[in-house]
Design a protein around this ligand. Sequence first.
Ligand code: AN7
Length: 355
Amino acid sequence: MSAHGVLEHYQQYLPLTEKTPRLSLGEGNTPLVRSTALSQETACEIYFKLEGCNPTGSFKDRGMVVAMAKAAESGARAVVCASTGNTSASAAAYATRAGLTCAVLIPSGQIARGKLAQAYVYGAKILAIDGNFDRALELTRELGEQFNLAIVNSINPHRLEGQKTAAFEIVDELGRAPDILALPVGNAGNITAYWKGFIEYANLKKSARPKMWGFQAEGAAPLVSGKPVAEPHTVATAIKIGNPASWSGAVRARDESGGEISAVSDDEIRAAHAYLAAREGIFVEPASAASVAGILKKQRAGKLERGQTIVCVLTGNGLKDIDFALASGFRIETLPAETDTIVRALELFSENKFL
Ligand code: AN7
């Protein structure tokens, strides 16, 4: 794939016209990295799709580039979205690229600071509301209806069109569909988009379809309980969502694929986050660790058949949420700038075989 981004590379699969501006920040074409530790531990072939390598550090860029290009094509001057953080970062970047004004509605105090910094530096108008994500999305819908604003949440079908390209990349790179696709589920746009992508590719290329395994955080698991959660809670702020907009899309992906949507606890998310960093060398944000938490949980429960090919979608970059990463007892001591002291410190460390 060329470095020209999703619109150029996948134009034949996207709703583009000659008038659609070919925006790009180089999104898509993200690495599919074979797991070493987790593959060994599970006796499965596990791959990680590193969506944190996208230009703003999350999978949202794939859909945002399409939504923003279509908004510009339709003559919109401004866009709006509600967000748990990544959508706002991506919208702010691509709006700038498209020459549009961008407003983002966020639940006050509940956004990882890296994401907030992104929306800020890209120049979005940030509106922090006294309410959760679900309320912010309701307000966004109202604003979109009342004013000439394009909504760039995943209720905008162009977002899902762009996001389905990740499924294409996986099939192209593996040479076939995996047996299982594991991913975190919040507003449920991504699971809906992946399933659309796998179906389209299955029809075109006669590839098989994976089982879709979605994972929600226990305190924000409406698709597991079957009813909206009024006050969702989880450390994984990206997926702290109680009433997913793409509810029916997620249910369809689950049922048509013979998959499932289940819950992982915050402790399981923390453990998977640490496992990815310390065992695999991959730093993700907490929501992204939910897919790996889910696989580890299945393995412990003896519910993971050996020999399967599994792709875990790692949706966002760890640098977005360093407060989370440093919360587990990070401490650093400043030493005098002397060789002896440093050697002694390394020797202490060398009980862990450093020197
Ligand atoms: C890292 O940014 O909803 O199930 O407003 O940021 O498609 O919502 C983010 C969601 C997973 C869940 N991983 O995807 C937002 C927002 C990360 C995310 C999800 C999100 P969906």
